[in-house]
Design a protein around this ligand. Structure first.
Ligand SMILES: *[C@@H]1O[C@H](CO)[C@@H](O)[C@H](O)[C@H]1NC(C)=O
Length: 263
């Protein structure tokens, strides 16, 4: 039985490779580092890192800041087509991003929510169409009634989606010995994309009394940013994983904001 399972697993892995599933070798992560009000509008600053997960240095990237009408500022990335796509800044041509290293960049958006950021190396080649289920799902979602934007729809063809959802469920609420009301919440992170997730980061500014399955990214530079996939493991397409917390509240879950998915 065990041997059979192993064989099936190996066959699936082999099949996935032979189909030539497109793989970006750049992975991007963002954290929320600052938030303030300006003229009655919330501004939020994000610090991001693009990591080269591949096997050769990368000089150019194809970075998409989707739905970016509220984008206010960016640094260490540049656009030559008015924001349709972005690339590393010029100096990367002299100093390509080495294997395993990260390029730091950031942005400010006039909103309390992050942008949907997609990153891939530039000129990423779309493999020939194949009948794999992964491709059929991508095919179905890309048939957009009015894709007047050739460049952007091309990009969608090439990049497998890196996405997740967080669903909160209150599992307990009680009065503490200190007479404060506590709520215990389970959160399910679901890989709703087309690639294995290596990181999911969310933001919350509540004080958690206890947590499990979530780690604060950087208490000093990015307080309130929590990562929920363990570095050693990744979350496969369609799979889910749980984490949770207890905090002072009267039977309500904490407001949490999904900041970044990395694959
Ligand atoms: C939980 O956190 C709150 C702050 O939000 C604090 O007042 C309370 O004492 C903490 N409870 C415990 C049991 O540590």
């Amino acid at each position: 039985m065990y041997r059979y399972t192993v064989l099936v697993a190996l066959a699936l892995v082999a099949a996935a490779y032979s189909l030539g599933t497109p793989q970006c070798t750049l992975s991007n992560k963002c954290t929320q580092v600052h938030q303030w009000m300006n003229d009655g509008v919330m501004n939020t600053q994000f610090a991001c890192e693009i990591t080269n997960m591949g096997s050769k240095p990368v000089t150019n990237a194809d970075i998409r800041l989707n739905d970016n009408q509220n984008l206010y500022n960016t640094w260490e990335i540049a656009t030559s087509n008015n924001g349709l796509s972005w690339d590393f800044v010029k100096w990367r041509e002299q100093k390509p991003l080495a294997v395993g290293l990260s390029h730091s960049w950031g942005y400010i958006v006039k909103s309390d929510k992050p942008l949907n950021v997609e990153v891939c190396e530039k000129g990423f080649v779309n493999p020939p169409a194949s009948p794999s289920p992964v491709h059929s799902a991508a095919d179905a979602s890309r048939h957009h009634p009015n894709h007047h934007n050739q460049d952007s729809s091309d990009h969608k063809d090439k990049v497998l989606k890196c996405e997740s959802t967080l669903v909160q469920t209150i599992v307990n609420h009680y009065m503490g010995k200190d007479h404060l009301k506590y709520t215990q919440v389970d959160v399910t992170v679901h890989n709703t994309g087309e690639k294995s997730l290596t990181s999911v980061i969310f933001f919350s500014d509540v004080h958690f009394n206890s947590t499990w399955g979530m780690t604060e990214v950087d208490r000093i530079n990015a307080p309130g940013n929590y990562e929920v996939i363990r570095k050693s493991s990744s979350l496969a397409v369609g799979s889910q994983q749980k984490f949770g917390y207890v905090f002072v509240s009267d039977n309500t879950a904490a407001p949490i904001n999904l900041i970044s998915n990395a694959c």
